[in-house]
Ligand binder design. Structure first.
Ligand code: F6P
Length: 341
C-alpha cells in the first residue's frame, strides 16, 4: 500500500514518534510505502510532498515539533476541496491517508471521509481535551515542563516572599493547570471550567502567606474571573484571524497585590510547554498510536481514529472526538481544591 501522512494544527511533543511508529511498522512489517505532505492539509492541497521512509524517521522520536511541518490550514478553503484532494492522492498513487491532528483536523478528516476519501486519524492536543481518548500525547510533556517551571518559580517566590502566578496553556479546559498545579503543590488552581471569585482567590493566597509560604497560583489561559464581563484571555484575533490568547496571569497579579498587599509577579509559560523533547511516556504513547494507525489502514477502518482506553489502544469513529470537549470533572477539581490555600 502507498500511504500519505500529514500533521496538522498546533504541534505537540510526540508527533515525530507517531510518524516513526507508523513508518517503521509499515515499511518493516507490511512493505508499505509512505509519502509525507508538508505543513498539514496545505501540503495535500498544494501537492507539496517529501520522501518519508526508514531513513527519514531515524532517531526522530526524541525530537520536538514535526519533521512534516504543520499549519492550521483548512483543506476546504482556497483551491482545496474533495476533488482536489482526490486528484493529489491519485497523482501520488495513494491508497490511504493518515491524518494526525486535533479537533479541527479530525473534523476536516471526517468531512473528507464522508465524501469517500480513505483516511484514518491520530488524535493530538497538548491540552488533553479530546473526548474519546483518555490521554493525548504531548500532555504529559507539557505538564512536566509546567511543573518544573513552577518549582523554579517557588524558589524565587520564597526568596522574596512574593506571590507567584504561573499562566499555563489550556484554551478551553484546565487539564494542564490541574495536573501541573497538583504536582507543584500550588495554593490555587484556576481553570476555564470554574469561574472562581477574587474573594476566594484572595482567601487562598492569604492563607498560604499567613503560614509563611510564598503563594503559588496556577491559571489556565482560558480562565475567566467570576464577575469579569469581558474575558481577559480574549485578546482578539491575530493577523491570520486566529485567537490571540494569554494575559490572564498579568491581569490577576495586580488584583492579588491590591487585595492582599503581597508583592506578586506573573509568568506566562506559553509555547515552551509545546516545544522540545517529549517525555518517555509521550514517546511510548505516540509510537503505539502510530503503529495502531497502520493497523487501522490495514483493516480499512476509514473514518476512524486510534485512541487510548485505559492502557489499550482502540479504534473509534472520528465523530466520537468531535462536538464535545473533555473537560475537568467537578470531582477532580474539588479533590485538588481540598489542598488549596
Ligand atoms: O490547542 C493547543 C494550544 O496549545 C492551546 O492551549 C493554545 O491556546 C493554542 O494551542 C495556541 O495556539 P498557537 O500555537 O496557534 O498560538
Amino acid at each position: 500500500m502507498r500511504i500519505g501522512m500529514l500533521t496538522s494544527g498546533g504541534d505537540a511533543p510526540g508527533l515525530n514518534a507517531v510518524i516513526r511508529g507508523a513508518v517503521l511498522t509499515g515499511t518493516t512489517v507490511h512493505e508499505h510505502e509512505y509519502v509525507g505532505f508538508r505543513d498539514g492539509w496545505k501540503g495535500l492541497v498544494e501537492n507539496d510532498t517529501m520522501t518519508l521512509g526508514r531513513h527519514e524517521v531515524k532517531g526522530i522520536s526524541k525530537q520536538g515539533g514535526t519533521i512534516l511541518g504543520t499549519s492550521r490550514t483548512n483543506p476546504f478553503e482556497g483551491r482545496g476541496g474533495v476533488d482536489r484532494i482526490n486528484e493529489v492522492m491519485n497523482e501520488n498513487g495513494l491508497d490511504a491517508l493518515i491524518a494526525i491532528g486535533g479537533e479541527g483536523t479530525l473534523a476536516a478528516a471526517k468531512r473528507l471521509t464522508d465524501a469517500g476519501v480513505r483516511i484514518v486519524g491520530v488524535p493530538k492536543t497538548v491540552d488533553n481535551d479530546l473526548d474519546a481518548t483518555d490521554y493525548t500525547f504531548g500532555f504529559d510533556t507539557a505538564v512536566g515542563i509546567a511543573t518544573e517551571a513552577m518549582d523554579r518559580l517557588r524558589t524565587t517566590g520564597d526568596a522574596h516572599n512574593r506571590c507567584m502566578v504561573a499562566e499555563v496553556m489550556g484554551r478551553h479546559v484546565g487539564w494542564i493547570a490541574l495536573h501541573s498545579g497538583m504536582a507543584a503543590g500550588a495554593h490555587a488552581i484556576l481553570i476555564p471550567e470554574q469561574r472562581t471569585s477574587m474573594d476566594q482567590l484572595t482567601e487562598w493566597v492569604q492563607s498560604a502567606y499567613n503560614r509563611g509560604r510564598a503563594p503559588l497560583v496556577v491559571v489556565a489561559e482560558g480562565f475567566t474571573l467570576e464577575g469579569d464581563d469581558e474575558p481577559h484571555n480574549d485578546r482578539g484575533l491575530d493577523a491570520f484571524g486566529r485567537p490571540r490568547l494569554g494575559g490572564i496571569g498579568e491581569r490577576l497579579a495586580p488584583l492579588i497585590e491590591a487585595r492582599t498587599g503581597i508583592e506578586t509577579r506573573a509568568t506566562t509559560l506559553g509555547h515552551i510547554q509545546r516545544g522540545g523533547t517529549p517525555s518517555a511516556y509521550d514517546r511510548v504513547l505516540a509510537t503505539r498510536l502510530g503503529m495502531a494507525a497502520v493497523r487501522a489502514v490495514n483493516g480499512h477502518r476509514w473514518g476512524q481514529m486510534v485512541a487510548l482506553r485505559g492502557t489499550d489502544i482502540v479504534f473509534v469513529p472520528f465523530e466520537a472526538a468531535l462536538g464535545s470537549l473533555k473537560t475537568v470533572p467537578q470531582e477532580r477539581y474539588d479533590e485538588a481544591a481540598l489542598l488549596f490555600g
